[in-house]
Design a binder for this molecule. Structure first.
Ligand code: ARG
Length: 478
C-alpha cells in the first residue's frame, strides 16, 4: 500500500475505510498536470540548492517517462493501491529512480500540489470548452445566414407577439454563447496564479523562486497567501457556474426547438439522424436529443450547488472535504463540453419548414403594433393609437380575418388617418420585419449585417489561433 504518511502510525488502516477515502479513481485525470507540476518543482528545488542539477535532470526525465508510459498504456496505473495521483506518481518514481525520488516532496505538500494540479488542468479544460463554444457559434451563425430573411412568429409569454426572423433567433444564442465564452476566459484568468510553494498551509521553508516557478508552469505569478492558496476553489466554482449557464443556454435552445418541432408549431424539421422513435407508437418521431440536452442541465447546476455546499463553512486552510472537488470537475465540466459537441450535431440536423414559418408569421394580428405606429406617424399620441389599434384587432377577431383584410369601409371608419395607405403592403410581414433594422433589430438587413460582423470576428479569431494555422498548413501539404 503506497502511503505518504505512515511513520507516526502503529496500526494499519481499515481496508474498507482506506478504499473509501482514496481519490485515485477521480484524480488520475490530473496525472499530466501532476507530472508537469513536479517537473517544475524539481527545477525549483535545484534552484533552492536542495537538488543538484544532475538529480533534478534525472527526476524530470523519470517523471516524463512515467507520463509517457501512462499515455501509451493507461492501464499501467490501474490496479495500483495508491491513495491518490500524487502517491501514485511518487510510488512509480521510487520504482524508477529509487531513493532520489524521495527528495521530490521536499518543501511541498499535497495541499499546494493538488491546488496547483487542479488549476493547471482546469485551465486546459477551459481552453477546450471555449473552442467548442466558438465552433457552436460558427454553426449558429451559418444557420442565421441561411435564415436571415425567414419570418417566424416571435413569442412573449408563449403567446404570438411580433414576427421575427429565424436568423435573429439563431443569433440570440450566438450572443449568449459569446457571454459564456467571456465568462470561461475570465475564469481562466482568475485561475492564473500558482499555489505551488505554499506548502501545507504556511508557505515553504525552502528558498524556491516562486516567481520563476509560476512562470515555468504558465501562470501569471504566484499566489500571495498560502492559507488562501491551498484552500481556494473559487476558480472551480466559477467554472462550474460558467458551465451551468452554458447548459442553461443550451437547454433554452433545446426547449425552443422542441416547441418549434411540435405538430402544433411545425416550424422545424429534425432529420432522422437526431430523432428517436417510440417502442409502441409507430408514427412517433421524438426530439429526445433536445430533451436530453435540457435534462442534463439539471446535473450541471447540481455540480455547482454541490461544490458550493462543500465549500461553505470550511475552516481555514486545507480540509479533506476539498478532495470532492475532483468529482465536481469531472462531472461538472466534461459533460458540458460534450453537450456543446452534441448541440453542434443537433444544429447541423435541423431544417426550418419555410412555408409553415412564413404562413404563421403573417397570422394572428402580430402586426397590430405596426398599425399603432402608423397612427403615431399620422400624429396620434401612442397611447391613443394603441387603444384604437386594439379596436381594429377586435374587429378583425370578430370578422375572423387579419387586420389588413378588414373591409375598406370598416378601416376608413376605424382609422381614417390611414386611408391613403395600402395597409396590406404596410402591414405585410416583410414590411413589419424591415422596419426593425436598427442595431439589435430583427430586420433581415440587420441580421445579415450582424451575421457579417460575427463572421469577421470569427475569421479574425481563427487567424490568431495557432492550432488553426497548423491545420491550414497540413491541408496545404495534402
Ligand atoms: N487527494 C487529496 C485531495 O485531493 C490530496 C491532498 C491530500 N492532503 C491531505 N492533507 N490529506 O485533496
Amino acid at each position: 500500500m503506497t502511503r505518504l504518511w505512515g511513520g507516526r502510525f502503529e496500526g494499519q488502516p481499515d481496508a474498507r475505510f482506506f478504499e473509501w477515502q482514496k481519490s485515485l479513481p477521480h484524480d488520475v485525470e490530473l496525472l499530466a498536470a501532476d507530472v508537469t507540476g513536479s517537473v517544475a518543482w524539481t527545477k525549483a528545488l535545484a534552484g533552492a540548492g536542495v537538488l543538484s542539477a544532475d538529480e533534478a535532470r534525472r527526476l524530470s526525465e523519470a517523471l516524463q517517462a512515467l507520463f509517457q508510459r501512462a499515455q501509451e498504456d493507461p492501464g499501467s496505473c490501474a490496479g495500483t493501491e495508491a491513495e491518490d495521483v500524487h502517491s501514485l506518481v511518487e510510488g512509480e518514481l521510487v520504482k524508477a529512480v529509487g531513493d532520489l525520488a524521495k527528495r521530490l516532496h521536499t518543501g511541498r505538500s499535497r495541499n499546494d500540489q493538488v491546488a496547483t494540479d487542479l488549476k493547471l488542468h482546469l485551465r486546459e479544460l477551459l481552453v477546450v470548452l471555449d473552442e467548442r463554444l466558438r465552433d457552436l457559434q460558427v454553426l449558429l451563425v451559418d444557420l442565421a445566414a441561411r435564415t436571415a430573411d425567414l419570418p417566424l412568429p416571435g413569442y412573449t409569454h408563449m403567446q404570438r407577439a411580433q414576427p421575427i426572423t429565424a436568423g435573429h433567433h439563431a443569433l440570440a444564442y450566438v450572443e449568449m454563447l459569446e457571454r459564456d465564452r467571456t465568462r470561461v476566459q475570465d475564469c481562466s484568468l482568475r485561475a492564473g496564479t500558482c499555489p505551488l510553494g505554499s506548502g501545507a498551509l504556511a508557505g515553504t521553508a525552502y528558498r524556491v523562486d516562486r516567481e520563476q516557478l509560476a512562470r515555468d508552469l504558465g501562470f501569471v505569478g504566484p499566489t500571495r497567501n498560502s492559507l488562501d492558496a491551498v484552500s481556494d476553489r473559487d476558480h472551480l466554482a466559477e467554472a462550474l457556474f460558467a458551465c451551468s449557464l452554458i447548459s442553461v443556454h443550451l437547454s433554452r435552445l433545446a426547449e425552443d426547438w422542441i416547441f418549434f418541432s411540435t405538430h402544433e408549431a411545425g416550424f422545424l424539421e429534425l432529420s432522422d439522424a437526431i430523432a428517436t422513435g417510440s417502442s409502441l407508437m409507430p408514427q412517433k418521431k421524438n426530439p429526445d436529443g433536445f430533451e436530453l440536452l435540457r435534462g442534463k442541465c439539471g446535473r450541471a447546476i447540481g455540480e455547482l450547488t454541490g461544490l458550493l455546499a462543500t465549500l461553505k463553512g470550511l475552516p481555514m486552510a486545507y480540509d479533506r472535504d476539498l478532495q470532492e472537488d475532483k468529482q465536481a470537475l469531472s462531472l461538472g465540466i466534461h459533460p458540458v463540453i460534450e453537450q456543446v459537441e452534441i448541440a453542434m450535431i443537433l444544429v447541423r440536423n435541423v431544417r426550418y419548414r419555410e412555408d409553415r414559418c412564413r404562413a404563421a408569421a403573417g397570422k394572428g394580428g402580430m402586426n397590430a403594433t405596426d398599425l399603432a405606429d402608423l397612427l403615431v406617424q399620422s400624429g396620434v399620441p401612442f397611447r391613443t393609437a394603441h387603444e384604437r389599434a386594439g379596436a381594429v384587432v377586435l374587429a378583425a377577431l370578430q370578422h375572423g380575418c387579419e387586420i389588413q383584410e378588414l373591409s375598406q369601409g370598416l378601416l376608413a371608419d376605424l382609422v381614417p388617418e390611414l386611408a391613403r395607405l395600402d395597409l396590406s403592403e404596410e402591414l405585410s410581414v416583410e414590411s413589419v420585419l424591415a422596419r426593425r433594422d436598427g442595431i439589435g433589430g430583427t430586420a433581415p438587413a440587420r441580421v445579415r449585417a450582424e451575421v457579417e460582423r460575427w463572421q469577421e470576428a470569427i475569421v479574425a479569431e481563427l487567424a490568431e489561433d495557432p492550432a488553426f494555422d497548423q491545420d491550414e498548413d497540413e491541408d496545404d501539404e495534402r
